[in-house]
Design a protein around this ligand. Structure first.
Ligand code: SAM
Length: 313
């Protein structure tokens, strides 16, 4: 199936909209527009007096979201729409360029969309072979192949362990270094073979709850795209541009990301900058998970910007 045929189903949409509650005339940033599912709902709620700013680092997703939202808004009272290919860690300069000082809603729905994940030319999935790439933003220079072929054994082991808690990280790093002494590791199937041999598994993985290479692949993807660093930057910066009463919503799919969001919200709450709208992360109902298995690991946290001296621009 080609990438354009694969639909990304947005997660937790209903609860997101009720917690974030975008109102007519507000300014909304969807920092990860993807296929525009959340964007369509957000843009539809703010009406013609509102302003919608959509970001994505993937050019083709940005174009896809744009066409979806523009189509949905045609003939309706559309907010002003802005589409920027940018990393959400650059939110400040994006808003400066648009001449926007304050925003009322920021949404970050982290990670990759279903089509990116399943596109074998991107190297995120091990269900099909392809180049070991894993760049979400294809302007980046370093691919996953560069990482596995360049890092020292102990650096590789630390990277795999810290990002994904893979308990075989040392054995996997050792096997990677042995294999690359023979030839450069270039493809997904080569890396899968190396990981499986390090873990002493082979053949059918049906006995395992997750594929043995899942954690290693996740760790590499996070490293190639600096995912935790960019999330941290967005979280640090957001209160400087959120209006008083503004809402920040983050949907994460990985315990490392969720921990960072939780800690940031608690720290800002202690400073008097945020009120936390989600005491516990909101998760998908079993009905949503049945319809959209990707929703199973989604966790939504929402914070509300309070009037406080700290954290203001
Ligand atoms: C889970 S999808 C978002 C789906 C979207 N909410 C929807 O309704 O279709 C994540 C998107 O975020 C983008 N992305 C990932 N990291 C990013 C970053 N640091 N800055 C901007 N976009 C990013 C990916 O390219 C992908 O399109």
């Amino acid at each position: 199936m080609s990438r354009s045929e694969i639909e990304h189903v947005p997660v937790l949409s209903e609860v997101l909209m009720s917690l974030v509650d975008p109102r007519p005339g507000e300014t909304v940033v969807d920092a990860t527009v993807g296929h525009g599912g959340h964007a369509e709902l957000l843009a539809g709620a703010i009406g013609s007096g509102g302003r919608f700013i959509g970001l994505d680092i993937d050019e083709s997703n940005l174009a896809r979201a744009r066409s979806r939202v523009e189509k949905a808004m045609a003939g309706k009272s559309s907010p002003s729409l802005h589409w920027v290919r940018a990393n959400f860690s650059e939110l400040g300069s994006v808003l400066d360029e648009l001449g926007v000082s304050r925003v009322d809603v920021i949404l970050a729905d982290l990670g990759v969309s279903t089509d990116q994940l399943l596109d074998s030319s991107r190297g995120f999935t091990f269900s099909e072979d392809g180049p070991l790439d894993m760049r979400i933003d294809q302007r980046l220079e370093t691919t996953a192949a560069d990482v596995v072929n360049r890092l020292e054994e102990n650096e590789l082991a630390d990277l795999i362990f810290h990002s994904s808690q893979e308990r075989f990280s040392r054995r996997i790093a050792k096997r990677i270094c042995e294999a690359r002494r023979e030839k450069r590791i270039r493809t997904v199937s080569e890396l899968v073979g190396i990981v499986c041999s390090a873990m002493g598994v082979s053949g059918s993985f049906s006995r395992h709850r997750i594929h043995p290479a899942t954690r290693t692949f996740l760790a590499l993807r996070m490293a190639v795209n600096h995912e935790l660093e960019h999330l941290q930057e967005l979280l640090e910066y957001a209160p400087r541009r959120l209006s008083v009463g503004g809402r920040l919503a983050v949907i994460s799919f990985h315990s490392g990301e969720d921990r960072i969001v939780k800690q940031n919200f608690l720290d800002r709450k202690r400073d008097g900058v945020y009120e936390i709208r989600t005491k516990k992360p909101v998760q998908a109902s079993s009905e949503e998970t049945l319809r959209n298995p990707r929703a199973r690991s989604a966790k939504l946290r929402v914070a509300l910007r309070l009037a406080s001296a700290q954290g203001s621009a």
